[in-house]
Design a binder for this molecule. Sequence first.
Ligand SMILES: CC(C)(COP(=O)(O)OP(=O)(O)OC[C@H]1O[C@@H](n2cnc3c(N)ncnc32)[C@H](O)[C@@H]1OP(=O)(O)O)[C@@H](O)C(=O)NCCC(=O)NCCS
Length: 159
Amino acid sequence: MIEVRPASGDDAAFVLATMLQTWESPLVAVHGELIDVTTLPALIAWESGEQVGLATHRPHPGDSSWEVVSLHAVVAGIGAGTALLDEVARLARAAGARRIWLVTTNDNVAALRFYQRHGMDLVALHRDAVTEGRKLKPSIPHEVDGIRMRHELELEWLL
Ligand SMILES: CC(C)(COP(=O)(O)OP(=O)(O)OC[C@H]1O[C@@H](n2cnc3c(N)ncnc32)[C@H](O)[C@@H]1OP(=O)(O)O)[C@@H](O)C(=O)NCCC(=O)NCCS
């Protein structure tokens, strides 16, 4: 049974370790911005007393949306990603937001599959946004699984 709770100060080490493990840094470069996710509200997925997933998010009051800035399942395939995404949506809806949205990259076919199976819809392709993002964060890999990482794909979930 997955339980999702807001991160507390005690979770800071887990948040940092998870970001380092997945993205080699607490910084993510998306849509021309370098964002330090350790400064954002975070949700932690728990299973049997273990932290099994992390999501960070931020509101965009200007267009009544919430952005999912990072999502990661430490243990994949046990429902952590689903529970985290559902909780971001629940919190966003309760705060009056009309949609949640996020960006993934063209190489990440597993995430693209996950989000679309979860009812999220593609709304934009930002060509070469990752190429540009690499200027902000040079450690972004150039290729994953034989696919050149170049573009950002934006998906949304209307609440
Ligand atoms: C993409 C990602 C977030 C998905 O999270 P996840 O926790 O693996 O996703 P879930 O477990 O909720 O769902 C995945 C599958 O497991 C299934 N599942 C969930 N709980 C399950 C359970 N208890 N038993 C069996 N299957 C289960 C889901 O139904 C889903 O099945 P489907 O693929 O047939 O639709 C995760 O793979 C990940 O962290 N990837 C690396 C980081 C990343 O790319 N993040 C996104 C960047 S934008």
